[in-house]
Write a protein that binds this ligand. Structure first.
Ligand code: PHE
Length: 339
């Protein structure tokens, strides 16, 4: 009997397992109820008393050894399994991917860079504002319908504290604190209480421009905007100014650029007009200059304001505004640029 046990011990030592079937074969042969080891235990009652102790120890040794061997086999099979499913050994090493700037930042930086070349510096103002800077100083009388044009998020009433609805509030802050000549642009985030859709959002970005000095004329405004349009959309770009109304500029205008997508021939982006509206502008109303402490007899100025999302939409042809705010990396990593 001892010999048989030793023989089995040797067999199990030499056993090799390469698959789940072979492992099961090992279990059936040695460890199952009808396996070799169980049989040894069955035969144990016939072993003469003198050697019972020795034989018992040997069977236990064999059983323990076979069980350990089984556990080892099982573990190594499982490891091999999980490696083969998750590791693709033919795959190339991953390059470290650089992030990209958000398209809104790219367009904002490009706008800043264009106006820098014309000698405009950059100023910023707060997003949480008071009534004076957003409305009153800009010539919106208390009951003026233009106030309704802007659906405002109020934070407090009497005195009114609100989220700015346009970056024109920074015009007021800069004119109150600086002396002409002022030649500056104000990029920033603005808020309007609008239902979110592909074409409207309650948060968006604007860049405001302001030039106040002696003898600033509407011709200067037009020339500045023409330079901007050609730099932004290409040398062949045409502009046109349509009369408009803003409480804080007089005269006021809206500027269209010739559609850079169809070259002015008409397409679905420009709604077959050949023109795209991109900004509002005008000569700073003398009343506004006076309210901000600037002598309107001596100085004149122009101002303009444009939506960054609007320009990004035209530049990148992304028509759903919501994409700019979702921060989906699949969207964001498509934008690479010098800015
Ligand atoms: N603040 C205006 C708007 O949000 C744009 C504008 C700015 C118009 C400066 C004229 C001058 O629509």
């Amino acid at each position: 009997m001892i010999d048989k046990i030793k023989g089995l011990l040797k067999e199990t030592e030499e056993f090799r397992v390469k698959s789940a079937e072979e492992l099961e074969h090992f279990r059936l042969k040695y460890l199952s109820k009808k396996g070799e080891i169980s049989q040894l235990f069955g035969d144990f009652k016939n072993v003469p008393n003198e050697i019972k102790k020795e034989v018992g120890q040997e069977i236990n040794k064999l059983k323990q050894f076979a069980q350990e061997k089984f556990d080892q086999f099982k573990e190594s099979l499982e490891d091999a399994d999980s490696e083969s499913s998750s590791a693709d050994l033919t795959r190339q090493g991953e390059p470290i991917e650089l992030g990209s700037r958000h398209p809104i930042s790219l367009v904002r930086n490009e706008i800043i860079s264009i106006f820098n070349r014309l000698g405009f510096n950059v100023n910023e103002g707060p997003e949480i504002e008071d009534d004076w800077h957003v409305f009153s100083a800009l010539n919106f009388p208390p009951e003026h319908p233009a106030r309704d044009m802007q659906d405002t998020f109020f934070i407090e009433k009497d005195p009114d504290i609100l989220l700015r609805t346009h970056t024109s509030s920074v015009q007021v802050r800069v004119m109150e604190n600086q002396k002409p000549p002022i030649r500056s642009i104000f990029p920033g985030r603005v808020f309007r209480n609008e239902a979110i859709s592909a074409r409207a959002h309650c948060i968006f970005h604007q860049v405001e421009g302001l030039y106040v000095a002696e003898n600033v004329s509407f011709a200067d405004l037009k020339q500045t905007l023409m330079y901007f349009a050609k730099e932004m959309f290409g040398e062949q770009t045409q502009i046109r100014l349509r009369p408009s109304y803003f409480p804080f500029t007089e005269p006021s205008a809206e500027m269209d650029v010739s559609c850079s997508i169809c070259g002015g021939k008409g397409c679905n982006v420009c709604k077959y007009t050949g023109w795209l509206e991109i900004l509002g502008c005008g000569m700073v109303d003398p009343n506004v200059l006076d309210k901000c402490g600037i002598d309107s007899e001596k100085y004149t100025g122009f101002a303009f304001g444009m939506g960054i999302e609007r320009i990004a939409m035209l530049k990148y042809q992304v028509k759903d505004l919501r994409l700019y705010f979702e921060n989906d990396v699949r969207f964001l990593k498509q934008f690479k640029s010098a800015y």
